[in-house]
Design a protein. Structure first.
Length: 257
């Protein structure tokens, strides 16, 4: 038998304010509550479960519109459809968050470049082409630190040898290779690094796809070390591997011209 709760009890248990609960009922996120003869709202255990689901969706950054769509699946009483919808929402938000990481890191690089430029030349008179106030023509790459975004999980015990092996099936491996080839078509330059390669990408590169593929590759091929770098040269992918794995690296990511 379901227990009845007054709005204050639900607010205490769910950590939503009473005003929020009324608003959610008004916009349809919560079903219309029953009332006591005195007109007080009454809620049941199902409402508490629904609020727990809403709280989880909010924690994942879902908007009220997205939550309203998700609750349609939740009302069905089966977890599978809820997971399917939530999985898609989470994937979209993950891609968006990764895109924001790259954009913010790029902005940091541009701001550091501007800060460095503003320190190099101070004209006695009006602003000129070298002061940094109206133009960005000074090459100050040498004095700016590089910004690095490291991606992918590594083994907990870094002193353990990582096997040079991929956990994907042969069919999945072919699909992954095709995904990389499509993405690497945006590469404008490659240069050799110690035990690796640096691939610079053009401005039209789908950065969210780059982030997704790096994370996926690190999961199945943990002998690779990845970093997405942002500096005055642009956005690039740096890949390093043990000497024995360099042929694998070159086969997947190419070699410097």
């Amino acid at each position: 038998m379901s227990t009845s709760y007054k709005i204050k009890d639900v607010a205490d248990r769910s950590r939503f304010t009473a005003a929020t609960l009324r608003y959610y009922e008004e916009i349809g996120l919560l079903p219309e509550s029953t009332r006591t003869p005195a007109g007080y709202r009454l809620y049941d255990d199902r409402t508490l479960d629904r609020l727990a689901f809403i709280a989880r969706a909010k924690q994942l950054g879902c908007t009220l519109e997205e939550i309203a769509d998700l609750t349609l699946a939740w009302d069905g009483g089966q977890c599978g459809p809820v997971q399917d919808r939530l999985r898609g929402v989470v994937a979209d938000k993950l891609a968006s968050a990764q895109q924001q990481i790259v954009e913010l890191t790029t902005l940091i690089s541009e701001l550091q470049r501007a800060a460095g430029t503003l320190e190099l030349h101070r004209p006695d008179g009006p602003c000129d082409e070298q002061c940094g106030c109206v133009t960005d023509t000074t090459d100050i790459e040498a004095v700016l630190p590089r910004q690095v975004v490291a991606l992918g999980k590594k083994p907990d015990h870094q002193d353990e040898a990582v096997p040079i092996a991929c956990t994907l099936t042969s069919q999945s491996m072919r699909g992954r290779r095709d995904e990389w080839q499509r993405l690497l078509s945006h590469v404008t330059d490659r240069e050799t690094l110690d035990n690796g390669l640096r691939a610079t990408f053009g401005r039209t590169t789908p950065l969210a796809e780059l982030m997704r593929l790096v994370a996926a590759e690190q999961d199945c091929c943990q002998f690779f070390d990845f970093a997405i770098t942002v500096d005055t040269r642009g956005i690039a992918l740096e890949v390093r591997a043990p000497a024995d794995a360099l042929p694998v690296l070159q086969a997947l990511f190419g070699t410097a011209a």
